[in-house]
Design a protein around this ligand. Structure first.
Ligand code: IMP
Length: 193
């Protein structure tokens, strides 16, 4: 079986394929020739993942999946949430987003936060399935580490409370990350089918 991934990230596609039951393959949007823009304007991760998966399913009528992730900070009522990539504006860099986040949490006592991923999977009958993965942790008050991307330098997971995601190896991050947990939930479900 082939699953279309609503992304052009070949690296992500191979990583997911690696975790799937034998015989299942992932195709990227580039591989299937999809190049229309998809507007992700929902106010939840679930909503955005579904928008992407539905756009692909309506074009191809084949199994497809899409993910949406972000950082939720408790003292900011869940912000930046679905705006994580563009917290400090459209096309913002990771550094700009991190700077804005540090300003927003200055002086706050509760620095607890989580990364969350939702994967929407649409099967060949058109039935929609959602899978979620979270990693809980705490923000730091200054960036540390050089691995990873996004808010990694500001986030210490509960599993490694003294290290930021950007100070962990990719292998250690992948063991506990929101993305890998959501993916495990999907692949466990697919394997049980
Ligand atoms: P996406 O939906 O996976 O593209 O994630 C949206 C945004 O959330 C990214 O651009 C990052 O700002 C943030 N984000 C998601 N996952 C991570 C992560 O593992 N580390 C750091 N930032 C992340």
């Amino acid at each position: 079986m082939k699953i279309i991934l609503a992304s052009n990230n070949a690296h992500k596609a191979r990583e997911i394929e690696h975790m799937l039951p034998t015989g299942m393959k992932i195709e990227t949007l580039r591989e299937v020739g999809y190049n229309k823009p998809i507007i992700e304007d929902a106010d939840t991760f679930e909503g955005n993942a579904l928008i992407k998966a539905r756009a692909i399913f309506s074009e191809y009528g084949r199994p497809c999946m899409a993910d949406d992730s972000g950082l939720e900070v408790n003292c900011l009522n869940g912000a930046p949430g679905v705006f994580s990539a563009r917290y400090s504006g459209e096309g913002a860099t990771d550094e700009e987003n991190n700077k804005k986040l540090l300003e927003a949490i200055r002086g706050k006592e509760d620095l607890s936060a989580r990364f969350r991923t939702v994967i929407a999977y649409i099967d060949k009958s058109g039935a929609e399935h959602l899978f979620e993965g979270c990693v809980e942790g705490c923000l730091t008050t200054s960036p540390r580490g050089s691995e990873g991307f996004g808010y990694d330098p500001l986030f210490c997971p509960l599993e490694f409370p003294n290290l930021t995601f950007a100070e962990l190896s990719l292998e250690d991050k992948n063991k506990i990350s929101h993305r890998s947990r959501a993916l495990h939930a999907l692949t466990a479900w697919l394997s049980s089918k």
